[in-house]
Structures are given as structure tokens and as C-alpha cells.
Design a protein. Structure first.
Length: 117
């Protein structure tokens, strides 16, 4: 559970710093770009931890299902943010891409640590 708290705290702190750097003109885009990757990583990490501890043989199946769900969710989220909410595309995509990569890297490193222990 501490891992989730660290991930959330780091994401929120970095989004606040990005807001200070970019100013109010892109605040909505920074936060929306961070929100979906953060929520998805928290949910998948929580599920991965639980399944690995209870039924490690089911982990690969869970990860394949999560991957398929992420494809659909992220496609819909980006389409909705740009098409429906009319966010500025460049700051949103920069924020979304940076958080997507960083948070999934953190998730991979946490999985590596979990498998080694």
C-alpha cells in the first residue's frame, strides 16, 4: 500500500511543479494528462500485488487482460479529453505521455522488486 501512496504523492507533486513552470494556461491539461495514467497504474498495481500474493500463476493472464483494457480506456480517454473537453492538445499530450511512460516504468520497477523478494 505504501507503494501506491508514493506513486500518488510523486505524481501530484510533479504535476504541481509543472503547473508552476507552465502557469495557469496549461493547468487543466497537466492535471488531466496525469490523472488517467495515475489511476490506471494504481489500480493495476493493486491488482498485481494481490494476485501475485494469492495466485501467482494467474499473474500473466491478469496482465494480458489489463493491457487490453488499458488500450481501450486510454484511447477513449484521450479522445474524450481532446474531442469533448477541448483541452489544448500539445500540453495535454506532453503531460499524458510523460506520466504514462514514467508511471509504467515505476510499475515495472516495482514488479521487478516484488519478483526478486
Amino acid at each position: 500500500m505504501k507503494t501506491v501512496q508514493y506513486i500518488a504523492a510523486g505524481s501530484i507533486a510533479s504535476a504541481a511543479l509543472a503547473n508552476m513552470a507552465w502557469g495557469a494556461r496549461a493547468a487543466k491539461e497537466v492535471w488531466l494528462g496525469m490523472l488517467a495514467p495515475l489511476v490506471v497504474v494504481i489500480v493495476t498495481w493493486t491488482l498485481i500485488e494481490r494476485v501475485y500474493r494469492q495466485h501467482p500463476e494467474r499473474l500473466t493472464s491478469l496482465m494480458m487482460k489489463a493491457f487490453a483494457g488499458k488500450l481501450v480506456f486510454f484511447g477513449a480517454y484521450v479522445g474524450m479529453a481532446i474531442g469533448v473537453m477541448h483541452v489544448q492538445p500539445i500540453p495535454f499530450i506532453v503531460s499524458f505521455t510523460a506520466y504514462f511512460i514514467a508511471l509504467h516504468l515505476v510499475e515495472a520497477l516495482c514488479m521487478k522488486r516484488m519478483f526478486v523478494s
